[in-house]
Design a protein around this ligand. Structure first.
Ligand code: AGP
Length: 612
């Protein structure tokens, strides 16, 4: 996601916008830009953080009392100066900033090119400003009307602000699926992605609703209407939040905020890639090399940490749904053992940051050996996304907390879509099961919301085991990687020793560790290995373990055997990890908070391990 700030009033706009962009950098920081009007439109935009923009703007004339600013989290077009926002119309008259994804940008771009429009950037955003220009020119419309007409042609998510060099007394904003807030000051008005750039000047805000647009005027008036030109009566909120809280949107830590973002981020990972009603999945990143991936003799996943756990889930998904042999490798091991990799292998790297040194090096080695290399990353334009032949972005937005949470579920969402896309084309999955999985996948965000509602219960369980020194996480099948991930979460933020194991493996040694001081967290949602998990629980109970189980709603047997239990909604087995991991993320989070650990920046860790 990106950060948007706009100002119109009596003060100098530039300082307000720059300071506002700095407050929004948590939303994205791969490039930034401003457009200010004094006697003409001045645009300054640079790759890198807002501080880089400030240095560049020092040489420009940034005086003026109307302006827009943007800090980018790239979705289309890698981070560089030309892809940075604001984007200009072909006649240089309009400047636009955008947060979101224009899904039908390619179709619109082609139509505009046929009308003679020429484009400078690789972004979807530039298409939108040219479309507004086309309406303005063709029908001689006001800025507001041209924006309204253009947005009726757009499919996707947007929050935008547009300014017009020929009409410097108005700014026009609009939103759909991406937030936009109007700030109402004394003879000055603000637009921003959230209230953090505004709160210093006013606590009076209006949250725009989907498919609403707003015109804000220099005389301090404003008008809100929908895309059908119907005037809307605004609801003015008086904020009483502190600024710091707002950056975390009221959450105590970025990690908790990112755990709660998962219904949205899972939806974003699916956006434009499936439609259950129409019965299709299409992972764009695979299409150019689809047959090579579909006919791969072997798929090798290479990753580290949480991404390695996602890769393990991927192994179960690809082998069950697409019947392609899969190997999962720690990137750090793969790169040093002179692996046997052939040109009919496909090597898929998973990495939130796209910068993990071992993963990057493993990919480069695979590329040298002739394999097709594919990247599943979060950060657009990151090193891994630039060296791979093809890949898919997970669109989870910036993950600030060092402990990865939303990236894990978004990686798994993309892996599920890839396995479904391949399996359906290969015919290794029945039409009926394919459709069932599509509907089940579309229902996951709402089910994650349901699991999050058990936060208080999970917090209570955390309080009961916060002082233990060791713990064991057990899972089978799809939930074995979830057991590993739950253990990693606990150890990396609460510093309690935790191990994840395949539930059956516990008998081959770790059971010797179990006594009345050992909590054993069992992810027991499996339909296929249900009876086996029950006997595993009996074995640990016989050694007096504290049993905490993650079970499917309505399950009774395991509930009766557990000291504590957390229920998750029923779903198709391959999708279980998207739900069963949520309680483990929250459990680790609350224990860490209760132990006064630095949740967002745990000791000894870094968000991206760019060293070997
Ligand atoms: C996960 O909580 C950790 N922060 C860490 O294991 C992380 O997953 C690992 O370093 C891989 O990072 P990447 O996904 O950016 O490659």
């Amino acid at each position: 996601m990106c950060g948007i700030v706009a100002y119109i009033g009596k003060k100098q706009a530039y300082p307000i916008i720059i300071e506002g962009l700095k407050r929004l950098e948590y939303r994205g920081y791969d490039s930034a830009g401003v457009s200010i009007f004094s006697d003409k439109l001045v645009v300054v935009k640079k790759k890198g953080k807002v501080s880089k923009l400030e240095n560049a703007a020092a040489a420009a004339n940034t005086t003026g009392t109307i302006g827009i600013g943007h800090t980018r989290w790239a979705t289309h077009g890698e981070p560089n100066d030309k892809n940075a926002h604001p984007h200009l119309s072909g006649n240089g008259r309009l400047a636009l900033i955008h947060n979101g994804i224009i899904e039908n940008y390619a179709t619109l771009k082609k139509a505009l090119q046929n009308l003679g429009h020429e484009f400078i950037s690789d972004t979807d955003t530039e298409v939108l400003v040219h479309l507004i220009e086309e309406y303005q020119k063709r029908e001689n419309l006001s800025l507001s009307e041209a924006v309204r007409k253009a947005l009726q042609k757009v499919v996707g998510a947007y929050s935008i602000v547009v300014m017009d060099e020929n009409d410097p007394d108005v700014l026009v904003g609009a939103r759909k699926s991406s937030p936009l807030v109007l700030g109402i000051g004394d003879d000055e008005l603000f637009l921003a992605s959230d209230a953090t750039p505004i709160i210093k000047y006013t606590n009076k805000v209006v949250y725009l609703n989907d498919e609403e647009m707003v015109s804000i005027y220099r005389d301090g008036t404003y008008e809100i209407k929908n895309l059908h030109n119907e005037i809307k009566v605004p609801t003015i909120h008086e904020l009483d939040l502190k600024l710091e809280e707002l950056e975390k949107e009221g959450f105590e830590h970025y990690m908790l905020k990112e755990i709660y973002q998962q219904p949205t981020t899972i939806k974003e990972s699916m956006r434009g890639r499936l439609n259950a009603d129409e019965g299709w999945v299409l992972v764009g990143g695979m299409q150019q090399y689809f047959s090579r991936i579909m006919n791969a003799k072997r798929i090798i996943f290479a990753a580290c940490g949480t991404s390695w756990h996602s890769a393990l889930v991927g192994e179960y998904l690809f082998e069950e749904l697409a019947r392609i042999p899969v190997e999962v490798e720690y990137a750090s091991e793969l790169r040093y053992r002179n692996p046997i990799i052939h040109d009919d292998d496909v090597v898929i790297a998973l990495s939130q940051s796209g910068e993990t040194a071992d993963t990057l090096a493993a990919l480069e080695l695979a590329k040298e050996k002739g394999a097709l290399i594919y990247g599943i990353v979060n950060v657009v334009g990151s090193s891994i996304s630039r060296i791979t032949h093809c890949g898919s972005y997970i669109h989870a937005g910036p993950e600030i907390g060092v402990a990865s949470t939303k990236a894990f579920t978004s990686q798994i969402t993309v892996l599920t879509l890839m396995a479904l896309n391949l399996g359906y084309k290969k015919g290794t999955i029945t039409e009926d099961y394919f459709r069932r999985l599509l509907f089940a996948l579309e229902a996951i965000p709402d089910k994650v919301e349901k699991v999050l509602k058990q936060n208080e219960k999970i917090k209570y369980i955390a309080s009961e085991i916060k002082n233990v020194n060791n713990s064991l996480y057990l899972g089978r099948g799809y939930n074995f990687p979830v057991a590993l991930e739950g253990a990693l979460k606990l150890k990396e933020i609460s510093y309690i020793h935790a191990e994840g194991y395949p539930a059956a493996e516990m008998k081959h040694g770790p059971i010797a560790l179990i006594d009345e001081n050992m909590p054993v967290i069992v992810i027991a949602t499996n339909q296929s290995a249900y009876e086996k998990v029950i006997s595993n629980i009996q074995e640990v109970k016989a050694r007096k373990a504290i049993v905490i189980s993650v079970i499917t709603e309505g399950e009774e047997k395991i509930k009766a055997m557990s000291d504590y239990f957390i229920e998750i909604p029923e779903t198709e087995e391959p999708l279980t990890p998207l739900l069963s991991v949520i309680p483990l993320q929250l459990l680790a989070y609350h224990i860490a908070v209760m132990r006064n650990c630095d949740v967002d920046q745990p000791r000894n860790l870094a968000k991206s391990v760019t060293v070997e």
